[in-house]
Design a protein around this ligand. Structure first.
Ligand code: FES
Ligand code: FES
Length: 254
């Protein structure tokens, strides 16, 4: 067994937040706690996991997840991205942040980090989504004060594909000839698309290389029980068949 495999099966829980390895409290306050039971989406963050054995290709997959329901151990070898990790006013806003602001999609702002991260995770998996994809991505996000029209209007711009073959918002670039969204532009626009920064999916942060090296046996985490008398082995299923296998394994040991 290699050194990296030994380390992966140790009692060390390893994950990254916004590109930095977590060693202490990170103090990020952008992500909000609303309902604490998976109903409002205010706590949405993006989790990225490397899939070393997936179709013989090394790929990372991105998931919009309710942080309030995510067990800490499920983050082993996972890169967490919060709303602070994609952009800020001090640095530079990500187009997902900029477009919800400029389309007046945020009033009290409590739901906004979650909505931004749901859209961001969708774009990381699919840079040219359809309007149906956008609506599906927001199924778990509630907004109590702005209303969904300005939010969807702003993010509809990500669904348009220029007919000259370049990605980006045709309206934001002054070209009204688009395909992808079947919806016609509203007669009264909530924004000036010329103000939008173009979206460039090649500029996103990369997956932490350390997690690629360590990710040799991602299903198994060993951790000591509180009294240190014996080890608890926690399995992290990748798909529902793993869940069934682990359940049967547990039942056979009872
Ligand atoms: S706080 Fe409402 S879904 Fe997490
Ligand atoms: S902006 Fe207030 S809840 Fe959405």
């Amino acid at each position: 067994m290699t050194d990296s495999q030994n380390r992966t099966s140790s009692d060390e829980l390893i994950f990254f937040v916004n590109g930095k390895k977590v060693r202490r409290v990170v103090g990020l306050t952008g992500t909000k706690l609303g309902c604490a039971e998976g109903g409002c989406g205010a706590c949405t963050v993006m989790l990225s996991r490397y899939q070393p054995f997936h179709t013989n290709k090394l790929i990372s997959q991105h998931y919009a997840v309710n942080a309030c329901l995510a067990p800490l151990c499920s983050l082993h070898l996972v890169a967490v991205t919060t709303v602070e990790g994609i952009g800020s006013v001090a640095r530079k806003l990500h187009p997902v942040q900029e477009r919800i602001a400029k389309s007046h999609g945020s009033q009290c702002g409590f739901c906004t980090p979650g909505i931004v991260m749901s859209m961001y995770a969708l774009l990381r998996n699919n840079p040219t989504p359809s309007m149906a994809d956008v609506e599906e991505a927001f199924q778990g996000n509630l907004c109590r004060c702005t209303g969904y029209r300005p939010i969807l209007e702003g993010y509809k711009t990500f669904t348009m594909v220029r007919t000259d073959g370049k990605n980006g918002c045709c309206m934001a670039n002054g070209n009204g000839d688009f395909q992808g969204s079947k919806d016609k532009p509203e007669a009264t626009s909530l924004y000036n698309t010329a103000d939008f920064e173009p979206y460039d999916p090649t500029q996103e942060v990369i997956f932490p290389p350390e997690l690629m090296v360590r990710n040799t046996n991602p299903q198994e985490i060993h951790s000591k029980t509180l009294n240190q008398a014996k080890y608890l082995v926690a399995y992290k299923p990748d798909h529902h068949l793993h869940t069934v296998e682990h359940k049967l394994l547990c039942q056979s040991k009872i």
